[in-house]
Structure formats: C-alpha cells, structure tokens
Design a binder for this molecule. Structure first.
Ligand code: AMP
Length: 441
C-alpha cells in the first residue's frame, strides 16, 4: 500500500521543522549585513574611495575564486591559511579552485596576466571585497570578512612606497575619525639575512623544544618564523627571549628599514617597533606592519612588502611591491565602540498619500516625475486610509505631504499639506513638482 501524501510529508520533516525552529541559518562565521549596519559600510567605502583617489590608487576587482595553487604558492604551504583555512571548491571541471583567503595574490596574478608592467609604474591599485577563511569564529574573526586594500606594484623597492602604503591605510582609519591609532612595524629582511636569522631562531627553539606547544614543534622544522606568531601562553614566554630579526638584518635591509621609518617620522605617524611581528602570510619580505586602536585587542589591518611574490607565481623577475589591507568588520566594531556614526543619508522630505485605486495608479507614476527632478518621495502603498498614511509622514518627521484622492485625479489636482502647520493648498498635478521644488529651497 502506498503512503498517503500527508503521511509522507510528516515523515520528511526534520526535527527542527517539527519543533517549529528555522530550518536554515547563515553558514557558521558568515553574517548578513542588514540595513541598519549599512551606514557604517557606506562611510568606510566612501572614505576608502576618497583616500584611494587622493593618493592615485585605481580600483581593481579580481574574481572571488582563483586556482588554489596561486594561494598555496603565495601564502605558503606551512601557514594556517593554507593548512587549515582554505575553502576549496568542488566544481564540475577538474580545476582545483579556492575561494580567495586574501586579495594580494589574485592582484599580482592579474598584474602578470594582463602585462600591467607596461603601464606607468608603480601601478597603484585598491580593492574592496569579501575574503574567506575557515577559521574558528570568535570576536572579530569570521569565515567571510571584508577587506579594503591598497597595493603599489612595480618601479623600485624604494622605502617611500612602504611608507606610502602604511600611510594610505592609516589615513583611511584617520578619515573615519578612529582615535588612538598605532602602527606596529618590523622588518623581516631579505632571503639572505632571513635564512641566517631563521637558523638562529631554530637553534634557540630547539633548546626549548620541550616547553613549546605541539603546533610549534611542527613549525620549528617547517616554518620557524611562524613560531613568533603563536598565541599559546607558554610559547609566548619562550618567544620573549628569542633572537630578533632586527639584530640580524643585512646592511641593505637595515638601510631600507631605516628609510621607511624616516618617511613615517617625516609625517609624524605614530609607530612602535615590534621585533616579533611576522604576520600570517609567507610572501612578505622586509617591511611588515599592523594597525591597531587602543583598547581593541586585535589588529585592524596590516600589510608589508612582497617583492618575491611575482616569482612565486611563475614570473621570471621579482616585482617590487607592497600592500596593506584593513578588516572592515573590525573597523566597524571600533567605530561603534568609539561612538563614531555611519554615513547618514539625506532625509526624505516629501510624503505622497493616495486614496483609492485610480489615485494609487497616478501616484505610482507621479513618483517617477519627482524622481526625474531628483526629489525622493516616501509612500505607503499598503495603507489605504489617509489617517494612517499621514501618521507615517508624521513619524518620519516629513515636512510636506501630498494627498491624492479620486476627486483630485479626476480634476488633475493634488493637495499639498504643510505637515507642521496643517495648512493645505490645491495645486495642478502638472505643476506640483515645481511647487515642491520651490518649497524645498
Ligand atoms: P591579513 O590578510 O591576514 O593580513 O589580515 C588583514 C586584516 O584583515 C586583519 O588585520 C583583520 O583586520 C582582517 N582579518 C583577517 N582575518 C580575519 C577574519 N577571519 N575575520 C575578520 N577579519 C579578519
């Protein structure tokens, strides 16, 4: 005997459905940006665009998806991002693709692919968009998060570009009126001096091998610089006595770093040296930095120089380049903490009320006529009574209400009501846009 449709339906209900709970939520670590948060995003985008414009950065948008090998080569096989956090994509083809965990690798890929070295150098680019990392979601840490980033590619490895990249990110934060900003900065040296230092670091950690965490034991042979990044308390203690890169820079890297600091001094930017700052991506050489705000424990953004990244992606020659990026969710959190408002849109100043079907139809068209004149109209098509519509206008503090009833449509008129005084006048429909314009002036 076949089951009745009713019985089948009941059987297929999940436990959640049976309990009347929501069947779907957004994936863990990924959030909806609801309209009430939008003013913060608008403010950051606007300030970001203006900052980028001022320093002549051009917008670039690369795909959210790249060949995974790009990230594996660029970010580095022995980093958390590659080992634990990549979103690999199962597609119908055989391509090994991944959601981008960061923006720089895709931009260097685009630079090489489109021969952008033939344009005026250095090429200054900026981007804004979502990144994806399979992290453990916690305060300020999501699986989908947005970054606003700046990159300077090509020309020479002049320290002034490092300083300008720091400056662009810093100015954007300043533009947003974020207070008590600090920049932590360090140099990771070049391949030569770093390999020397890496050896010293390994020797030091080998002597303390029994005091470090399991992850660090692995890092010790795979990627010793990452040892300095460990958040484990015991490892932090060991780190505090570890040799520092700054004492092992070759003379050319030392001069380069001094140059960067001198340019920052020239502008009076507030920085402090952090000899243990290494950042979570392997492509950096020489300058690395992070932005922070007082009383906010995690970094708001960071970046550094990455002259070897192009070669990692198959280029014949190295490409002098540096970049910085800001984590937008964290910037918003600090803005909220510091009482900084988002971008407020211009208030709607005119409300259009309609009574009856012919009026509703005419109102629908009239809004377009106002639109052409650049005047925003609020309406409430779902409401039928005049009283309830005017109540909304009142609540929204709107100064002018236009009232269109059956009689007015028939006589091609409309009532203009001053919401404050209650005074009303009848205006020919074909003159109403002009009449409102005059009043708004
Ligand atoms: P990174 O790309 O790792 O250099 O990070 C640059 C900035 O992006 C950080 O300073 C954060 O502000 C932000 N960021 C990185 N990972 C996350 C995440 N999982 N959730 C939110 N923001 C993040």
């Amino acid at each position: 005997m076949s089951e009745s449709p009713k019985r089948l339906k009941k059987k297929n209900l999940s436990n959640k459905e049976k309990k009347g709970k929501l069947l779907f939520q957004s994936p863990k670590g990924m959030r909806d940006i609801l309209p009430d948060e939008r003013p913060y995003w608008d403010k950051i985008e606007k300030a970001g665009r203006e900052t980028a414009d001022f320093y002549n950065f051009l917008r670039i948008d690369t795909p959210l998806v790249e060949f995974s090998e790009i990230f594996e080569r660029a970010v580095g096989g022995a980093t958390d991002i590659i080992e634990k956090q990549m979103y690999y994509i199962k597609s119908r083809g055989k391509d090994r693709l991944a959601l981008r965990p960061e923006g720089t690798a895709g931009i260097v890929r685009a630079y090489l692919e489109h021969g952008l070295s033939k344009t005026a150098q250095p090429l200054k680019l900026y981007y804004f968009g979502p990144m994806f990392r399979y992290e453990s979601p916690q305060f300020g840490r999501y699986r989908q998060f947005y970054q606003f980033g700046f990159e300077i590619l090509g020309d020479k490895d002049d320290p002034i570009y490092d300083a300008q990249i720091v400056l662009a990110g810093f100015r954007l934060l300043e533009e947003l009126k974020i207070k008590n900003l600090n920049i932590e900065i360090n140099s990771l040296g070049c391949k030569n001096c770093r390999s020397n230092y890496r050896k010293k670091l390994q020797d030091y950690y080998k002597k303390n091998q029994n005091k470090i965490c399991r992850d660090c034991k692995r890092r010790l042979s795979l990627n010793p610089l990452r040892l300095l990044d460990c958040k484990n308390e015991d490892c932090q203690q060991i780190k505090s006595k570890a040799p520092v890169m700054l004492d092992h820079l070759c003379s050319s890297c030392k001069n380069h770093f001094r140059g960067v600091l001198e340019y920052l001094d020239e502008l009076g930017l507030p920085y402090s040296l952090n000899p243990y700052l290494v950042r979570g991506l392997d492509y950096y050489n020489r300058t690395v930095f992070e932005f922070s705000a007082e009383n906010y424990g995690i970094s708001l953004g960071g970046g550094g120089r990455y002259d070897d990244l192009a070669v990692m992606l198959g280029a014949k020659h190295s490409l002098p380049a540096c970049g910085s990026s800001l984590g937008i969710e964290r910037v918003i959190e600090v803005m909220k903490n510091q009482g900084i408002a988002g971008l407020t849109k211009g208030r709607v100043k005119v409300f259009l009320a309609q009574i009856g079907q012919p009026a509703k139809k005419r109102a629908f068209r009239l809004i377009e006529e106002f639109g052409k004149a650049g005047i925003k109209i609020m309406e409430s098509f779902g409401k039928e009574s005049l009283k309830s519509q005017l109540k909304i206008a009142d609540k929204e503090n709107i100064g002018i209400a236009l009232i269109l009833g059956q009689k007015e449509v028939f006589e091609e008129n409309i009532i203009l009501r001053d919401m404050k005084s209650g005074a009303q006048e009848t205006v020919p429909l074909n003159k109403i846009v002009e009449a409102v314009k005059r009043r708004l002036k």
